[in-house]
Design a protein around this ligand. Structure first.
Ligand code: NAI
Length: 462
């Protein structure tokens, strides 16, 4: 039995970041993790491996589509799936070992095993009971199941199975046009699979600015991805080598079937807190299964905190990381804080899609007076040079004060470009502040500046 100032349960982006920051602030910290490697879903079976496959298949797409246009001749590029999986495993390994190194460097003790909470202030791992002044639940989330769709992780898979298919499928049905469905759908479409996305709503990527979502859908369709929208999936079954998905169109209630080699279920995730013993401890939960917390990440049990996917808010690694830092600071007696109004969201397809702040729909709903500045990447020399002129930056600013309220980008490196807007918003900048900031030429960032200019006297290259 050991005693710590803080025990963090879970070593995903929320938990490991929390543990490191708390150790940096002088606390004696342990982090419990039952997987063989640190990093949680994100590093092992989520963000990082999917980005490896997205990069590999984007490179393949470039070789097929754009090399010849630039005068580069290669023999017909082919894919060695086992090697591509090996590359993905290497990337995972480098990252998970990196966290292990950071734990050692910061003197965070890794308690290997699965934790339970037998009593307030106690964490049980295996047969050992450890005590701590503060405990943080950072156990993340797991794919939520869909009634009538039995996952076997071979033919009917979640994102975890989709990252490690034994062979490249000829066809794939994706249930759910959210981030996971579109990222993994893109991977397999680029590898030659016929991909059909079946989505309950009438638009893809719920919550995204509608104009950007529409442009995004068009670009994905151009890449060969098919969409069946307004379709409620009723069930799926394995049929020999593949599977059959049944759905009903919401407009006329008509029933349809679609078959494919592989079915990916990507209809959301749910908090992963079962088995911790929260019930017995009397921890208050929210109706949708998250741990209830106050604005200091405190649960209803004194000394017990929770962050990340296990609590409410967007299920994003970077939101969890920021909460991890904030709760570590709070526990160490400082003033940790997360600005939920400035959390970017990124879809890592080609082109990337990124957003921060309010969508135009949200501003309309709030009855807020706003102005819109748009700039197409067609007017950006750098984007055209890399065959990525399609897409745009859309900036939303307050009509009276010019303060930036939101920004939505579809185009090259959108996931990186969004951060200058995040910083601007964090400082309460106006669109003019951003427009008056010198941007290097030729960069994709110039498109962000042009959209800011378009909120005022007008873009130069439009
Ligand atoms: P999601 O919530 O983003 O999308 C799920 C989609 O499935 C929705 O569009 C929903 O309308 C649809 N759906 C639900 N039930 C359905 C049914 N019966 N038939 C047809 N469609 C149905 O969930 P997703 O993509 O699984 O992602 C889970 C979480 O992981 C999200 O919070 C996401 O933000 C996060 N994530 C973030 C990534 C990123 O930031 N790049 C990458 C991967 C995941």
């Amino acid at each position: 039995m050991s005693q710590f100032d803080l025990i963090v349960i879970g070593a995903g982006p929320g938990g490991y970041v929390c543990a490191i920051r708390a150790a940096q602030l002088g606390l004696k910290v342990a982090c419990v993790e039952g997987r063989d490697t640190l990093g949680g879903t994100c590093l092992n079976v989520g963000c990082i491996p999917s980005k490896a496959l997205l990069h590999a298949t984007h490179s393949l797409h470039e070789a097929h589509e754009n090399f010849a246009k630039m005068g580069i001749t290669v023999d017909h590029p082919t894919v060695d799936w086992a090697k591509m999986q090996g590359y993905k495993a290497d990337v995972i390994g480098q990252n998970t070992k990196g966290i292990e190194f950071l734990f050692k460097k910061n003197k965070v003790t890794w308690l290997k095993g699965w934790a339970t909470l037998p009593a307030a202030g106690q964490v049980k791992v295996g047969d050992d009971i450890h005590t701590a002044k503060a405990i943080v639940i950072a156990t993340g989330s797991e794919p939520s199941s869909l009634p009538g769709v039995p996952v076997d992780e071979k033919i009917i898979v979640t994102s975890t199975g989709a990252l490690a298919l034994s062979a490249i499928p000829k066809s794939m049905v994706v249930i759910g046009a959210g981030v996971i469905g579109l990222e993994m759908g893109s991977v397999y479409a680029r590898l030659g699979a016929e991909v059909t996305v079946v989505e309950y709503l009438d638009a893809i990527t719920p919550g995204m600015d509608a104009e950007i979502a529409k442009a995004f859908q068009k670009l994905l369709q151009k890449q060969g991805i098919k969409f069946v929208l307004g379709a409620a999936v009723q069930g799926a079954e394995v049929t020999g080598d593949g599977a059959k998905v049944s759905y009903k169109l919401r407009k006329d209630d008509s029933a349809h079937d679609i078959t494919a080699d592989v079915v990916l279920v990507a209809t959301g995730r749910k908090p992963y807190v079962a088995g911790l013993g929260l019930d017995a401890l009397g921890v208050e939960m929210l109706p949708r299964g998250q741990v209830k917390t106050d604005d200091h990440f405190r649960t209803s049990v004194p000394g017990l905190y929770a962050i990340g996917d296990a609590i409410s808010g967007p299920m994003l690694a970077h939101k969890a990381e920021d909460e991890g830092v904030a709760v570590a600071e709070i526990i160490a007696g400082k003033h940790g804080h997360v600005n939920y109004g400035v959390i970017p969201g990124v879809v890592y397809t080609t082109p990337e899609v990124a957003s921060v702040g309010a969508t135009e729909e949200q501003l309309k709903e709030q009855g807020r007076a706003y102005k819109v500045g748009k700039f197409s990447f067609m007017g950006n020399g750098r984007a055209k040079a890399v065959f990525q002129g399609e897409g745009m930056v859309k900036m939303l600013a307050d009509k009276a004060t010019d303060r930036i309220l939101g920004c939505h980008i579809i185009g090259p490196a959108a996931g990186d470009l969004i951060h200058e807007v995040c910083v601007a918003m964090e400082f309460g900048a106006s669109a003019e502040d951003l427009a008056r900031t010198c941007h290097a030429h030729p960069t994709y960032s110039e498109a962000v500046r042009e959209a800011a200019l378009a909120c005022g006297d007008g873009a130069i290259h439009a």
